[in-house]
Design a protein around this ligand. Structure first.
Ligand SMILES: [Zn+2]
Length: 328
């Protein structure tokens, strides 16, 4: 399905089968000489068919269409192997672009899942050892991509729009949004979504992903924005209101976790199992492996945030991270 949202700017719906995100919103901007396509869909036949059909309907050649990828998740970059050509530019933040190519060379996302299944306590808790079932790995793009690396403040001009690149770390370390100050549009990727809250997960305990995310929310809330074009679900007209709701969601999640963690040690998986999830599965045991991996990573991000704030104590025992309430 294609919808013209603004002059020369189209939303293309790419289905994401068997995934709670349902669809990816890819955006296409028609320019005089060059066009821009933002985010792609999974490396999956059904995604490629939807994208190819949309490009045909729009009468688009990829030879004069450049790509901007908001972040490395495979629902955003999966089809890059089909869409990049010798004559187009693929823009992405340096940090996430490096991860995509490192994954192509050395399967870093698979290794990350192997480690995460272990140190989150998912395996000890009975989750099958299937790291390849996680979506970033399962639907990853193929082929080494020649990225043009973007940084804070870089510009992309297309179709009468003048976009500024905004680094918005949190959902991924290199997540990037595009802001158009004249039209007051924000292309938000997975940084801000309506109805659902972006997954803030931590896979390696080398950063405070939740703190980064909350700071990136403040950063975009300060902008003058009339319309947000997110990568999933419906368009957002009240950015500040939505940012406030998402911040409240994390406050509640932290309260939820502080009510779960007690004086007995618990792994991230054991905490995730008891947390409230806005998913259609009735029990933790019904969660597909992909969802369990992401849920444990989300628990880990919140627990690590609380560890760094001094409210939760962390220990590493036989390769599993355990958490307990700090006693005063
Ligand atoms: Zn994402």
């Amino acid at each position: 399905m294609i919808e013209e949202v603004l002059p020369n700017l189209y939303r293309i719906e790419i289905p994401l089968p068997n995934n709670p995100l349902r669809v990816l919103n890819s955006y296409f901007i028609r320019g005089k000489e060059r066009n821009l396509l933002i985010d792609t869909g999974f490396n999956l036949d059904v995604c490629w068919l939807a994208m190819a059909q949309a490009l045909t309907e729009l009468g688009v050649s990829m030879d004069n269409t450049d790509l901007f990828i908001t972040h490395y998740h495979s629902d955003h970059i999966g089809l890059i192997g089909y869409l990049s050509t010798p004559t187009n530019t693929v823009w992405m933040s340096e940090s996430d672009a490096q991860m995509v190519n490192a994954n192509y060379k050395a399967n870093i996302f698979h290794t990350r899942n192997v480690n995460h299944l272990y140190h989150s306590g998912l395996l000890a808790d009975g989750t099958p050892n299937l790291p390849e079932e996680e979506a970033v790995v399962k639907y990853a793009s193929t082929g080494l991509v020649k990225f043009t690396m973007l940084h804070e403040g870089d510009r992309i001009d297309v179709g009468g729009y003048h976009f500024q690149c905004l680094e918005t770390p949190g959902h991924t370390q290199g997540h990037m949004c595009l802001y158009e100050p004249d039209q007051k549009i924000l292309i938000s990727g997975d940084h801000v979504l309506a109805k659902i809250t972006p997954n803030i997960g931590l896979w390696v305990l080398d950063r405070d992903a939740l703190k980064e995310y909350l700071l990136s929310l403040e950063k975009i809330a300060a902008l003058d924005v009339h319309l947000v074009l997110p990568a999933h679900r419906v368009l957002i007209y009240d950015l500040r209101g939505r940012v406030e709701e998402i911040k409240q969601h994390h406050v509640r999640r932290i309260e939820d976790i502080l009510g779960i963690v007690g004086s007995q040690k618990m792994s991230a998986a054991q905490v995730a199992k008891r947390m409230r999830w806005d998913l259609s599965y009735r029990r933790w045991d019904d969660f597909p492996i992909n969802q369990k991996i992401h849920a444990a990573a989300e628990a880990m991000a919140h627990l690590h945030y609380l560890v760094l704030k001094g409210q939760v104590r962390m220990s590493l025992e036989e390769g599993i991270y355990y958490f307990r309430k700090e006693q005063y």
